[in-house]
Design a protein around this ligand. Structure first.
Ligand code: GLC
Length: 572
């Protein structure tokens, strides 16, 4: 079928620009930074046990510096029984032997400093592991004791106390309460866990909990971290009385409860905790930051979290979850910039992380396609991998042109898809086990990275071990191959990140290009650069200017912008 090129005027008409966002006035690094998420277990294994380690990260930091990112965020590497990929911490001020030790951590920081990369770490304050000594002490202590008061213990309902204290459901499936056996052997109180039963929630009404976490912040700040990504930051404080709630513990559904706020999320007192943390960070030099992982809607409400006395950034999950649709994307970008501008905070952008289906797979599926919970499994509809990859390239280049901060997830620079054919026997995510396989969980996006094509475990580990098997096709996507290929996904990221830095796009401005010059496209001007993504079925002709990059070719490309491509063009 021949494709008609939609002809356009040759110059961009300035009267078609609608202004949304001005160039950033603040010059702090985090306003425009690109931060790369490392999932340590799957990044690089240097000791050959099949699990990534800190030494493996240190050995490859130069690859990230040459990629062109400003900072890395490390998902948890703390001592942990690994029931939830390390988000079940049993000691907040140490390194799990699986990943190395504190000396390895210090070496990582030294290397990062040498390369000019900042390091931020994960803070997991909502819950710990049930193996944490404080929880173990609480189990031994009687009801009503100070030890129990660090967690959320309650008597059960019903005459025998054998029903959970309220109806809250765990984010991973099943009830959010588990009953303990008291030290005298009798069935006893229940404790709250919004996630797995091995992850008891802390009681943030307790001053001891608050003081303890300030100690944890200082421990890592003293070791040279540039800040913290704060896990489940929206859940720390629960509504008093722990009232029943119609929705799942992730606030996923409030149907039937119109106008009600989830009692486990976004409680007003939370802001005072963030203010105290901000004060702790202010004791240190070097612009240390806090970034909230918070499921808070709508965007103006989330913006309250990044007022200048609280967090510096919050993940923009509205952007991550937005369908591949010009109108929807424009709406979410508009609302984000307006909401965050209102409080003087940068907007962040993100397309993938360790909890969601990678965007190279997600964009190859119809939006909202039925999935087994949080992942795509072998029994689900499989993504169209070419379409997903093409759209991933276009979406990534589009995102990197936006003003604000951006978060990348390890492997997206290689265009990695999820492992959607992973067999059940390999699955580790508690979601899979707590729902008897109904939701396959997040293992598919956590598969160890391919470094060297043709090597065992694609070069992830010197021994060939890999805690999750990698898809065979990943050899073709290995970093060494992509380093050599000028049209590769990796080279497009490198070129985009270098240009983004040189042209100051992260601290730049945004005006939409209106009118019908580019049908079915989403286009904006940032400074003097036109960023345009073609979401339609027909190619369009780009206006006058110097072509900088085209996601279709990874290089400047021709004057035609094909379907599912993004171009950057310096205006004449
Ligand atoms: C966050 C983490 C996720 C973890 C959960 C519980 O959402 O990103 O991986 O399972 O918190 O800590």
């Amino acid at each position: 079928m021949s494709q008609a090129i939609v002809d356009t005027a040759s110059a961009l008409d300035p009267s078609h620009l609608s202004f949304v966002h001005a160039k950033s006035e603040g010059s702090q690094w985090w306003r425009s930074a690109v931060i790369y998420q490392i999932y340590p277990k799957s990044f690089r294994d240097l000791n050959g046990d099949g699990f990534g380690d800190l030494a493996g990260i240190t050995a490859e930091l130069h690859s990230l510096s040459s990629l062109g990112v400003d900072a890395v965020w490390l998902s948890p590497f703390y001592p942990s029984p690994q029931r939830d990929g390390g988000y079940d911490v049993s000691d907040y001020c140490n390194v799990d032997p699986l990943f190395g030790n504190l000396a390895d951590f210090d070496a990582l920081i030294d290397r990062a400093n040498h390369l000019g990369l900042r390091v931020i770490v994960d803070l997991v304050p909502n819950h710990c592991s049930d193996e944490h000594p404080l929880f173990q002490a609480a189990l031994q202590a009687p009801a009503g004791s100070p030890e129990r008061d660090l967690f959320i213990f309650r008597d059960g309902r019903g005459p025998a106390g054998d029903e959970p204290p309220n109806n809250w459901q765990s984010h991973f499936g099943g009830p959010a309460w588990s009953r303990i056996t008291e030290s005298d052997g009798r069935p006893g109180q229940w404790y709250l866990h919004l996630f797995d039963s091995s992850q008891p929630d802390f009681n943030w009404d307790s001053e001891s909990v608050r003081t303890e976490f300030e100690r944890v912040l200082r421990f890592w700040l003293d070791r040279g971290v540039s800040g913290f990504r704060v896990d489940v930051a929206h859940a720390l404080v629960k509504a008093s009385g722990l009232p029943d709630w119609g929705g799942r513990a992730d606030g996923g559904s409030s149907e039937g409860f119109p106008g009600h706020e989830a009692p486990m999320f976004g409680q007003p007192e939370i802001h005072n905790i963030f203010r105290r943390w901000r004060d702790v960070l202010a004791e240190y030099d070097g612009e240390r930051i806090l970034c909230a992982e918070a499921s808070i809607d709508p965007l103006p409400r989330l913006a309250n979290w990044v007022r200048e006395d609280q967090m510096h950034q919050a993940f923009n999950f509205a952007y991550l979850h937005c369908p591949y649709d010009a109108g929807a994307l424009r709406h979410v970008i508009d609302s984000s910039l307006r909401a965050f501008d209102e409080v003087g905070a940068p907007t962040t952008w993100v397309l993938s992380n360790h909890d969601v289906v990678r965007h190279a797979s997600r964009l190859g599926l119809p939006f909202g396609a039925p999935r087994s919970g949080d992942g795509v499994g072998p029994r689900d509809e499989q993504p169209d991998s070419d379409l997903g990859r093409r759209r991933a390239r276009a979406s990534s280049l589009f995102m990197l042109g936006l003003p604000g901060g951006a978060y990348l997830y390890q492997g997206e620079e290689l265009g990695l898809p999820d492992h959607t054919a992973l067999a059940d026997e390999h699955r580790q995510d508690p979601t899979f086990h707590r729902t008897a396989g109904e939701r396959v969980g997040r293992d598919g996006c956590r598969v160890p990275l391919p470094w060297r094509s043709g090597k065992s475990a694609a070069g992830f580990s010197c021994s060939g071990g890999s805690w999750l098997p990698q898809p065979e096709e990943w050899h073709e996507l290995a970093r060494d191959r992509q380093e050599e290929d000028p049209g590769s996904h990796l080279q497009m990221y490198k070129a985009g990140l270098a240009l983004r830095r040189d042209l100051g796009l992260g601290a730049g401005s945004l005006s939409w290009v209106d009118g019908d010059q580019f049908p079915n496209c989403l286009a904006f001007v940032n400074g003097n650069v036109l960023v345009i993504m073609n979401l339609g079925q027909e190619p369009v002709v780009l206006p006058d200017g110097v072509l900088l990059l085209n996601s279709g070719t990874g290089t400047a490309g021709g004057r035609e912008l094909g379907p599912d491509q993004t171009a950057w063009l310096e205006l004449a």
